[in-house]
Design a protein around this ligand. Structure first.
Ligand code: SF4
Ligand code: SF4
Length: 220
């Protein structure tokens, strides 16, 4: 490398510094004190959702575990107690575990789930001291009584990271049918309620103008 290339490198560095100070456009942040806002569809730490009446959405069908390419979900279903059911229907997720040493956040589990029970938040800043802690159990994954993800001591939650946890999946309409465009495709969700359809499904309409549907009309 000639001495000329050496100074050319510095010229690039100082040129960028000068540009940033002149334009006021600073691209670095003081992480972790300051975090950048995350894309709406970022795949982060999972949650197990509940309906607005507090019932768990997971029915223990194991579809999520069977599609997981990293083989990191372990589910076991059990029959609901008829007097005091955990979920609507016959069965519920009795055991639910995700091994975050293996998870690649591909979201295939979210796509496969027939009840939108499992979705992902925008949180990816969490760490473990040993392998056992890396396996999240159902007690940790299931949403709190307010429908929001639990904030566990080893997780770094910031404002907005628990919002719109599962919205991204609405890009897929049931069976890809155009008949579903403009219709709400979510069951009521504890803490979030019923959501509007994604605007990208309606080229000529905004999601703000989507019709309000009664629960009977919603497409689940
Ligand atoms: S996001 Fe992908 S890798 Fe992670 S648990 Fe779901 S299916 Fe498995
Ligand atoms: S999270 Fe969904 S796919 Fe997985 S066991 Fe529960 S209901 Fe089935």
């Amino acid at each position: 490398m000639s001495i000329l290339n050496f100074f050319k490198g510095f010229a690039v560095t100082f040129g960028k510094l000068n540009h940033a100070s002149k334009s006021g456009k600073v691209v670095t942040t003081e992480y972790p004190e300051e975090k950048r806002s995350k894309p709406a569809r970022l795949h982060g730490r999972h949650v197990l959702n509940k309906y607005e009446d507090g019932m768990e959405k997971c029915i223990g069908c194991e579809l999520c575990a069977s599609v997981c390419p990293a083989n990191c979900i372990y589910v076991r279903g059990a029959d609901n107690d008829l007097e005091n059911p955990t979920s609507p229907g016959e069965r519920f997720g009795f055991i639910y575990e995700i091994n975050y040493l293996r998870c690649i956040h591909c979201d295939l589990c979210v796509e496969a789930c027939p009840t939108q029970a499992i979705t992902e938040t925008k949180l990816f800043e969490f760490s473990f001291m040993d392998r056992e802690q890396a396996i999240y159990t159902k007690d940790e994954l299931v949403v709190a009584d307010d429908g929001k993800p639990q904030n566990l001591p080893w997780e770094d939650w910031r404002q907005g990271e628990d919002e719109h946890t599962s919205e991204w999946m609405r890009a897929t309409s049931p069976s890809g049918s155009a008949d579903f465009v403009g219709l709400v495709q979510w069951a009521g969700e504890l803490g979030y309620g019923t959501r509007k359809p994604e605007s990208s499904q309606q080229p000529n309409k905004s999601s703000e103008t989507a019709p309000e549907l009664s629960p009977e009309e919603e497409v689940h």
